[in-house]
Design a protein around this ligand. Structure first.
Ligand code: SF4
Length: 395
């Protein structure tokens, strides 16, 4: 008879962070709220948020990402995707406090793009992004060494998705690369390959799906042109020869929300709703994107549904808070909008920002106390800005 042995497993720092059981002072995530949160049951939360807003007046500007809860988004001065919001913040130099209802990397980008007198606040420091956390500065530096040893770093241009930490944006800035969004990934990659020259390559961080979908759909590459670099395996799990042959080196990262949609979700919804249009985000897996009728960024999804004719039917593969809001907004116009998957699929870290955290942040600011400020050190901010400026200058 065998006796079960205790498993000798040491959870990684990332796993602990995702489980909310560790602190990460370097990135300010995984920490408890440093103040007294109002009770979620307080019936006056909406009134308190309004009162605090009024006290702050034009000194305050509230940004709300599309994936935020309804209870929070109602207080946003502007809603949008991460890049639109960072630009909106930069366009309001009179606002002393930018309260960012989104996740950590978005607040970092806002801090980089705003002026020194503006302070960016994230109501809950635990609102990270699992995708951004899949590429750390140390892992990417190590990957660059692997590419150098394989003799390909000199012909590789790094491109990082907006959904990455300031450190990774700075890395691309330092190495001649750029940032991209899901709206301009095609232009960014076309630019990067032009910079890389003949037989050049792109290292795409951190979302393998956006990188692969753009390479295959927009740049006409074949699947075998892409390899996946796994930061948890020696040499990324690739041989120097595989690295030399590849055109796209995709980082092994993904979005935990969009990665959940499967080909089965598409097949099932087509059988359930005759004539349905399947509309998905390019962070979805390649087979889901290939089976969809339309693919596009969050802003593209909203625009398409806005322009859709009455009577049309849509199954949308993106975050559930947004899909529910769009379904409610367009139902009176006779547009039927459902969530692509049968199971609930919120972004858990986006959902960390709730009304109690927002009220606490606004009341603290109104009392003259700055809480949960997100700052990026000047050197990192400089090189991240270099990469962001290259994106803004894309042809
Ligand atoms: S939806 Fe995905 S990419 Fe966006 S914040 Fe959540 S985990 Fe990150």
């Amino acid at each position: 008879m065998t006796t079960a042995q205790p498993l000798d497993v040491t959870p990684s720092p990332l796993a602990l962070l995702l489980l909310g059981r560790a602190a990460d002072p370097a990135s300010e995530r995984g920490v408890d709220c440093p103040g007294d949160l109002p009770a979620p049951s307080d019936p006056d939360l909406v009134g308190r948020a309004r009162a605090a807003r009024e006290r702050l007046g034009s000194r305050l500007f509230v940004l709300g990402h599309h994936y935020q809860r309804d209870e929070v988004i109602q207080f946003a001065d502007v809603t949008g995707d991460s890049f639109k919001l960072a630009r909106e913040a930069a366009a309001r130099p009179e606002a002393e406090y930018i309260v960012f209802c989104g996740v950590h990397f978005m607040a970092e980008s806002a801090d980089i793009l705003t002026n020194d007198s503006q302070q960016v606040i994230l109501p809950d420091l635990a609102a990270g992004c699992s995708m951004a956390d899949m590429a750390t500065a140390e892992q990417v530096a190590e990957a660059w060494d692997v590419l150098t040893d394989a003799g390909v770093a000199g012909s590789t241009v790094p491109v990082t998705y907006m959904n990455s930490s300031a450190d990774i944006k700075a890395f691309t800035g330092r190495h001649g690369g750029t940032v991209c969004t899901s709206s301009n990934a095609r232009r960014a990659l076309t630019w990067a390959f032009a910079q890389a020259g003949e037989n050049g390559k792109v290292l795409f961080l951190p979302d393998q799906h956006l990188g692969r979908n753009t390479a295959l759909r927009d740049l006409g590459m074949a699947p075998e042109d892409c390899v996946v670099y796994n930061p948890h395996r020696p040499g990324g799990g690739l041989t120097p020869e595989e690295l030399r042959r590849a055109k796209m080196i995709l980082w092994r990262g993904h979005c935990s929300v969009h990665g959940r949609f499967s080909l089965d979700s598409v097949t099932e919804v087509r059988a359930r709703i005759p004539g349905v249009n399947v509309l998905v985000h390019p962070e979805c897996r390649q087979e889901v994107v290939a089976a969809a009728d339309h693919v596009g960024s969050t802003e593209h999804i909203i625009r398409l549904l806005d322009e859709a004719p009455a009577g049309s039917r849509w199954a949308v593969g993106t975050e559930l808070n947004l899909v529910r809001r769009l379904a409610a907004r367009y139902a009176p116009q006779g547009k039927e909008i459902v969530f692509l998957d049968r199971t609930v699929c919120f972004c858990s870290t986006m959902n960390r920002i709730d009304l109690p955290h927002l009220v606490w942040a606004l009341e603290s600011l109104a009392d003259g106390k700055v809480v949960n400020r997100i700052t990026v050190d000047p050197e990192t901010a400089h090189f991240a800005r270099v990469a962001l400026d290259r994106m803004l200058a894309l042809p």
